[in-house]
Design a protein around this ligand. Structure first.
Ligand code: NCD
Length: 304
């Protein structure tokens, strides 16, 4: 039985297979409409979510399965003091696969150690978010046709942004990747990601505070929201929240082939005026989330 806790739990071959399956699902959804008949997905969300939870549910329903779960910790027995281990042991009796989001780093790993069914990490604190990364990779594949030889700029909250940490991990296994880290001083990529991922894999990277200066180099610009819920005080959040606001003017030096990604939700780091630019890929990206999760659920349930 396999869980997905970290994106590196999947080999690059397995990622290519998931991307191929998701692409096939997009072409012929009817062929997959009964793959999970009789199966139940439990979504245990101890933290708010729109896209991740609903795309998981939509994925299972599109495969013919059913879903149950909760969308806030206060409506589960966690509010009574139940441990994650006990919650998943119980939910394993009622479901075939679990998707869990939790504010504490490592909670889905603990869940996987105690569950009787596969567990998917749907985001753990400021740590990891592997299914967003699969969504990002499917988007990159459809936008660019490759994972190699790309210059990828990450902009915004690189300290607390779990989607950034997971995607950097995933990209570090491809050839010719250049990473440009664009953030305020206070929200720089944690040094453990720099050392254990970028430096260990000899990835060429640069750090800057100036988005416009590096714009012409980028093949992909991955914008992120400043993660308010992970700040220790509101004052710092208010000071940093508008550090980067992408506008059509700031894109004037960008390549015509740039793809702008954002895991969403957007607060105001991308002006709505950018939405009509064909390079804005973030709503296409949200759509891909459903199909890659369909492919992942099938894989973890061992359904061909
Ligand atoms: C992201 C997350 O939850 O980390 N959202 C998502 O899953 N699409 C990004 C964010 O909340 O900023």
């Amino acid at each position: 039985m396999r869980s997905l806790i970290d994106i590196l739990d999947l080999s690059t071959e397995e990622i290519s297979q998931l991307v191929a399956t998701a692409t096939d699902i997009i072409k012929d959804p009817a062929a997959y409409a009964h793959k999970c008949d009789g199966k139940i997905l439990a979504t245990l969300f101890f933290e708010p979510s729109t896209r991740t939870r609903l795309s998981f549910e939509s994925a299972m329903l599109s495969l013919g399965g059913q879903t149950l779960g909760f969308s806030e910790a206060s409506s589960s027995s966690a509010a009574k003091g139940e441990s994650v281990a006990d919650t998943v042991r119980t939910v394993s009796c009622y479901s075939d696969i679990i998707a869990m989001r939790h504010p504490k780093e490592g909670a889905p790993l603990v869940a996987a150690m105690h569950a009787g069914v596969p567990v998917i990490n749907a985001g753990d604190g400021g740590h990891n978010h592997p299914t967003q990364t699969l969504t990002d990779l499917l988007t990159i594949h459809h936008e660019k046709g490759r994972f190699d030889n790309l210059t990828v700029g990450f902009c915004g909250d690189l300290k607390f942004g779990r989607t950034v940490h997971s995607l950097i991990n995933a990209l570090s296994r491809y050839q010719g990747i250049r990473i440009v880290l664009i953030s305020p001083e206070e929200l720089k990529l944690p040094s453990y990601v720099k050392k254990d991922v970028l430096e260990k894999n000899n990835i060429v990277y640069a750090q800057t505070t100036d988005l416009e200066a590096v714009m012409p180099e980028l093949d992909i610009l991955y914008m992120t929201r400043v993660q308010r819920e992970r700040f220790f005080n509101e004052e710092d959040y208010l000071r940093l929240k508008d550090s980067y606001i992408l506008t059509p003017e700031k894109l004037s030096g960008a390549k015509d082939t740039l793809s702008i990604l954002h895991p969403l939700p957007r607060v105001n780091e991308i002006s709505v005026a950018v939405d009509k630019d064909p390079r804005a890929a973030y709503f296409r990206q949200a759509r891909y989330g459903r199909f890659i999760r369909m492919a992942l659920i099938m894989k973890l349930l061992d359904i061909q």
